[in-house]
Design a protein around this ligand. Structure first.
Ligand code: FAD
Length: 405
């Protein structure tokens, strides 16, 4: 980077969230520079799955935010000159017993009231559409609108479009500090390869967002929550769509006293079935949920438990080889909602903390923060997403987690 640089907005972080922000800002004709410390999508966005889901969202605000984002994907995917692998085959929550079925019926009605295309299937109907599921599954909850894509492709596609509109993407260039003037306004961003003069910064640094927040004296309560995944060899089509287990959502997200019949290790590692067939004819299985700091190494005990859970639902995969495993760090917030917010520091915005939903929520995040920066009306009231909710002690703990991703 040579010479003095200036920008109307500097975006820090080149994951899917920062890429979506850069895309929308550039589309609104703002002069934007994105700074990424490594390669594009080298953080969590390169170590995840690509589901764009509404089926696992809490009815109400959570669900509406996810649907707003989902609805942006078909159009944007068709406009990008990069194949992001967008498909919209829907998803299935597998139901293991009658107790789960009763809860699933209620949940289905709530999702239907949100306008989602959902229906309950009995065992025969489930086995007709997914014949490789275990024969003792009692039914399923099908969501017609859920989609999937290649997360790294999404980041590349959005940034390629943003570049054509004048955005500058500076990779391998970590931000080391942010300087403010005596009134607290942002003056410049100091990056390893040079300074950038700017009045506005968007912190899209995922699990590193707290470190960027510290540069301007803000406390951002995001913690890394590790998730491990397995990738199979190419094989016969085991399932046609995303399949997850309803029971985990019920035990953890629905509250109450429901306990799944799983091993102590599965409880300890937060294992829930996530099965994702890919266009390349292999499949991904996951996932786990653990707080182990910034550790992205895989643990054989966790991988074994993930595989056992997947075999319980898909006995036919028992002899299929696993070719790869990986772990990523979900940017977790105490109430499981992302932060999409201006802050008490003039010109400093935060878009981070999407936990297991950052791929799905990336587009609405980019759109909302751009609306905020440009002073346009917002697509949805972002009050529940403001950073200050944590300082005000309003972060009433919502249900522990969601089963997906
Ligand atoms: C196993 C697993 C499965 C998942 N599956 C799904 C799924 O199916 N659907 C879904 O919606 N979500 C899923 N998620 C969650 C999703 O991956 C994340 O929410 C999302 O990737 C977060 O994106 P991000 O852009 O906020 O963060 P990141 O992708 O981590 O991007 C942040 C970027 O900031 C950069 N950075 C950090 N510090 C600096 C600095 N000082 N200067 C410059 N750059 C910096 C980092 O290098 C990084 O590239 C999954 C997560 C995991 C772990």
């Amino acid at each position: 980077m040579t010479g003095k640089k200036t920008a109307e907005v500097v975006v820090i972080g080149g994951g899917v969230v920062g890429s979506a922000v850069t895309y929308f800002l550039a589309r609104n004709n703002l002069d934007v520079i994105l700074l990424e410390k490594g390669a594009i999508a080298s953080g969590t966005s390169g170590r995840c799955e690509g589901d764009v889901l509404v089926c696992d969202k809490e009815p109400g605000f959570d669900c509406r935010l996810a649907k707003l984002s989902l609805d942006l994907f078909p159009q944007i995917a068709s406009e990008l000159d990069y194949d992001i692998g967008w498909t919209q085959k829907g998803s299935l929550l597998a139901i293991e017993n009658e107790e789960e079925m009763e809860a699933a019926r209620k949940f289905c009605m709530q999702l239907a009231a949100e306008g989602l295309p959902v229906r309950i299937l009995d065992r025969n109907e489930v086995l007709e559409i997914e014949p490789n599921l275990a024969k003792d599954i009692v039914g399923g909850l099908e969501t017609g609108c859920d989609g999937s894509l290649y997360p790294m492709g999404l980041a590349y596609g959005l940034l390629s479009d943003a570049k054509k509109r004048g955005a500058q993407i500076l990779t391998h260039n970590p931000v080391v500090d942010i300087k403010r003037d005596s009134n607290g306004n942002i003056q410049k961003v100091i990056a390893r390869n040079g300074d950038i003069i700017t009045r506005r910064v968007v912190n899209a640094a995922g699990v590193w967002a707290p470190a960027i927040g510290k540069m301007v004296g803000l406390n951002i309560p995001i913690k890394p929550r590790q998730g491990q995944m397995l990738v199979s060899e190419r094989t016969f089509p085991v399932a046609r769509r995303k399949v997850m287990e309803f029971g985990y959502m019920m035990a953890k997200f629905g509250g109450g006293s429901y306990a799944r019949r799983v091993s102590p290790e599965m409880e300890e590692f937060g294992i829930a079935l996530v099965f994702e067939p890919t266009e390349a004819q292999n499949f991904l299985i996951g996932s786990s949920r653990r707080f182990v700091g910034m550790d992205t190494s895989c643990d054989i005990r966790v991988l074994r438990a993930i595989a056992e859970r997947a075999i319980r639902f898909f006995p036919a995969i028992r002899d299929i080889n696993i070719i790869r495993s990986y772990a990523g760090l979900r940017p977790y917030t105490p109430d499981h909602l992302p932060i999409i917010s201006k802050t008490e520091v003039p010109g400093f915005y935060v878009v981070a903390g999407h936990e297991g939903d950052g791929i799905g929520l990336s587009l609405i995040t980019g759109k909302l923060i751009t609306q905020m920066i440009c002073g346009e009306p917002l697509d949805i009231n972002t009050d529940p997403l403001r950073l200050s909710r944590f300082q005000e002690g309003e972060n009433v703990l919502r249900k522990e987690t969601k089963p997906t991703s």
